[in-house]
Design a protein around this ligand. Structure first.
Ligand SMILES: [Zn+2]
Length: 76
C-alpha cells in the first residue's frame, strides 16, 4: 500500500472499524516536536525548502509565485 499521507487510507478502511483501529495503532506516524517535518508550507503542505522568515511559512516554490502579491520586489 503506497500513499503519500497517513490519513488517506482511512477512506478505504471505513467499513472495517477493527482493521482501522489496528492500522492506526501500528502505522501512526511519530509525533515530533522539532525538525523539518514539523514545519510545512501553508499553501501546498510541502516541508522541503521552507521559508519561515518574517512568518511567511511557505515553501520556496510557493514563495516565488506569491512574492509579488505579498510585496517583495526582485533585486536586480
Ligand atoms: Zn508550497
Amino acid at each position: 500500500m503506497t500513499v503519500s499521507d497517513f490519513s488517506k487510507v482511512f477512506k478505504q478502511l471505513q467499513n472495517k472499524p477493527s482493521k482501522l483501529k489496528k492500522y492506526i495503532k501500528h502505522n501512526k506516524p511519530k509525533t515530533r516536536n522539532f525538525g523539518p517535518t514539523t514545519k510545512g508550507c501553508r499553501r501546498c503542505g510541502s516541508n522541503k525548502g521552507h521559508v519561515g522568515k518574517y512568518g511567511i511559512n511557505l515553501c520556496r516554490k510557493c514563495f516565488r509565485e506569491m512574492a509579488p502579491k505579498i510585496g517583495f520586489k526582485k533585486f536586480i
